[in-house]
Design a protein around this ligand. Structure first.
Ligand code: FMN
Length: 210
């Protein structure tokens, strides 16, 4: 059964541009994958501790030596990794915060990027991503635009980072949709429906043709 993992990040509920676009994606995806299953991972509603000493000690040591605290620290990531492995396709919908990913998404990434689980380190210093055969769509909502060739292009640390970290764990088929200039909705310059409509072709194309 085709399975989509939908990861939302924004805490802005119905005001969120990234969520409204990810919902649009899912509507289309359901049309193009009649028997498809959608797994929802809403990071705004997921309690995620930062990775700290018990996690670090456990992630790089023999599981047979782990104490209860270390086992519990790794279990969070184990469950999230099982969830993402269960999906053939991922949809990540996230705001830009301070030119980068919001902290909640970074914490999620810290849990799922695990040696021996999602990547391996090789003797020659190279790495091998272990999550293969997946494709991903990333929707980024941002107040600014960061278009190539414009003065703000260099500030965008989010798209390059997400491309790098997804590639690192083996997901190289990644399609980015940048929903920039969301300030136009917030300041009443553009109606939300008009703003969202401008991205619907990109979003529905990414979700597949019927
Ligand atoms: C804490 C914070 C930091 C932000 N930093 C940036 C930024 O660096 N660049 C930018 O273009 N927009 C920035 N924004 C604006 C959001 O990216 C924008 O409002 C986006 O639409 C939020 O996504 P959402 O609509 O899905 O909630 C920031 C917003 C917040 C709350």
């Amino acid at each position: 059964m085709p399975t989509l993992l939908k990861i939302d990040v924004s805490t802005r509920g119905d005001y969120s541009v990234s969520r409204r676009l990810s919902n649009q994606f899912v509507e289309q995806w359901k049309l193009t994958h009649a028997n498809g299953k959608v797994i929802e991972r809403d990071l705004a509603k997921t309690e995620l501790p930062h990775v700290e000493l018990p996690w670090i000690m456990a992630a790089y040591s023999d599981p047979s030596t782990h104490n209860e605290e270390q086992k519990a620290a790794l279990k969070i990531g184990d469950d999230l990794i099982s969830e993402l492995e269960a999906a053939d396709e991922w949809l990540i919908a996230t705001p830009m915060y301070n030119f980068a990913v919001p902290g909640k998404l970074k914490t999620y990434i810290d849990h799922i990027v695990r040696i021996g689980k999602t990547f391996n380190a090789n003797a020659d210093g190279s790495y091998t991503g272990l999550v293969t055969g997946k494709k991903a769509t990333v929707i980024i909502s941002s107040a600014g635009e960061y278009l190539p060739g414009t003065p703000t292009e260099g500030y965008d640390a989010e798209k390059p980072y997400l491309r790098a970290i997804l590639g690192f764990i083996g997901v190289t088929d990644v399609n980015f949709i940048q929903a920039g200039s969301t300030w136009k909705i917030d300041r009443g310059v553009e109606k939300p429906e008009d703003f969202l409509a401008a991205f619907s072709e990109q979003v529905t194309a990414a979700a597949g043709k019927v």
